[in-house]
Ligand binder design. Structure first.
Ligand SMILES: *[C@@H]1O[C@H](CO)[C@@H](O)[C@H](O)[C@H]1NC(C)=O
Ligand SMILES: *[C@@H]1O[C@H](CO)[C@@H](O)[C@H](O)[C@H]1NC(C)=O
Ligand SMILES: *[C@@H]1O[C@H](CO)[C@@H](O)[C@H](O)[C@H]1NC(C)=O
Length: 357
């Protein structure tokens, strides 16, 4: 019985700054605590205060902190975050400009101070691709949105790139802000927002909007018997078989392979293969893994040792595959050097668990 796989992409979204986003001459961007606004739009803070808008009292900066401030926010008073100019929220997790991504579209969103009275639009068209104001989900801010389908061919279309090696898909667009409707000034902003679709777990991504590639994963002993339970030192053959490989792709190889177990809501994880090579960690743990190329299917052979101490739960595999135009080449791996373990990763789907008894 092949394990069932979900077909979600891992999504991430980024916003990077291309032009200034804080300019104290713009309405809604004051210098605080007696700071003065300089000709160049930066604040000159009075002594004892710092930060882009002088909003941080230096004497309150905390070395020890009970909250985690994201995006280079600085902790003060032990549990508060002072955010950099592109982020807001209690722990600075909320960007002012960002994109919500799903499988079919990119929703570009922006928050602005209530005093903001300008316009936000995609750089390619000030008139045709304007973000419209919607009811704000954050009190004290205005909210703007524009939903652009991935396959849009109109003036608002997104820039799409596909990584030929990994199959990762990337959509990107530039968002302009003008603070005084109708005039673009040097103190207006430009940001790049993007959606990145990782092909991890997902095999090759030819087209995000039209993609249904299944990979069946089987765990077997050397005699092709499917196994559900193994003993220490048993050999496990893990086979990845794409069900509907697009034309032109003939080989499959395991790029990354991670073994994990969830017990009492804790994830124990070991990276077995990283960029096709066995990790130092794998070696330290005393088991072997090899990455075989077998034409149409990718195979890993593992030797089961007590993988996670004190863990009775089933073991699952998380993986990333590479699809090759022909038979995949065998990579010569460098001599092993220590590599960090993956941290706190959330697994999007699970292969069939094997119980190690
Ligand atoms: C900033 O303010 C201080 C006084 O608080 C002043 O001496 C200094 O010249 C100011 N800097 C600029 C660049 O205006
Ligand atoms: C997600 O997709 C639907 C169409 O299926 C679209 O209407 C919606 O706006 C999208 N949401 C986001 C956040 O992109
Ligand atoms: C966004 O703007 C930057 C800076 O002008 C430029 O390098 C980049 O190519 C632009 N990206 C898109 C998708 O237009």
């Amino acid at each position: 019985m092949p394990p069932s796989l979900s077909h979600l992409f891992l999504l991430s979204t980024f916003a990077s700054l291309a032009l200034c986003s804080f300019y104290c001459k713009n309405p809604g961007y004051p210098c605080l605590n007696g700071g003065t606004c300089l000709y160049n739009g930066e604040c000159n803070c009075t002594s004892g205060f710092r930060g882009f808008n002088c909003g941080l009292d230096s004497s309150t900066i905390s070395a020890a902190c009970t909250v985690e401030c994201h995006n280079k926010g600085i902790c003060f008073n032990g549990d508060k975050c002072y955010c950099t100019k592109d982020y807001m929220g209690p722990t600075c997790q909320q960007a002012y400009d960002f994109a919500d991504c799903n499988k079919s579209s990119m929703k570009i969103k922006a928050y602005r101070p209530t005093e903001f009275n300008g316009e936000i639009f995609l750089m390619q068209s000030m008139f045709g691709c304007k973000l419209t104001e919607v009811t704000s989900t954050i009190p004290g801010y205005k909210q703007y949105e524009l939903d652009v389908p991935h396959d849009s061919t109109g003036p608002c279309k997104l820039k799409k790139t596909i990584d030929a090696t990994t199959g990762d898909v990337h959509f990107e667009v530039n968002v302009s802000t003008i603070h005084h409707a109708g005039q673009f000034g040097m103190y207006d902003g430009l940001k790049t927002v993007s959606c990145h679709y990782s092909s991890r777990d997902q095999a090759i991504v030819k087209d995000v909007t039209n993609h249904e590639l299944l990979v069946s994963v089987t765990t077997s002993d050397g005699n092709t018997q499917n196994i559900q339970e193994i003993q220490t030192n048993d050999v496990i053959h893990l086979t990845f078989n794409p069900v509907n490989l697009p034309g032109g792709y003939k080989g499959v190889k395991i790029l990354d392979l991670e073994m994990y177990s969830v017990q009492w809501n804790e994830v124990n994880s070991i990276l077995l293969l990283k960029d096709q090579c066995m990790t130092q960690k794998a070696d330290e743990l005393g088991y072997s893994v090899s990455n075989e190329v077998d034409g149409y299917s990718g195979r890993a052979i593992l030797k089961a040792i007590p993988l996670f101490e004190n863990v009775q739960a089933s073991v699952y595999f998380n993986y990333r595959l590479r699809f090759c135009r022909n038979r995949c080449k065998i990579k010569s791996c460098p001599s092993q050097s220590p590599k960090p373990m993956p941290m706190g990763e959330i697994f999007k789907h699970q292969g069939q668990g094997i119980r190690i008894v």
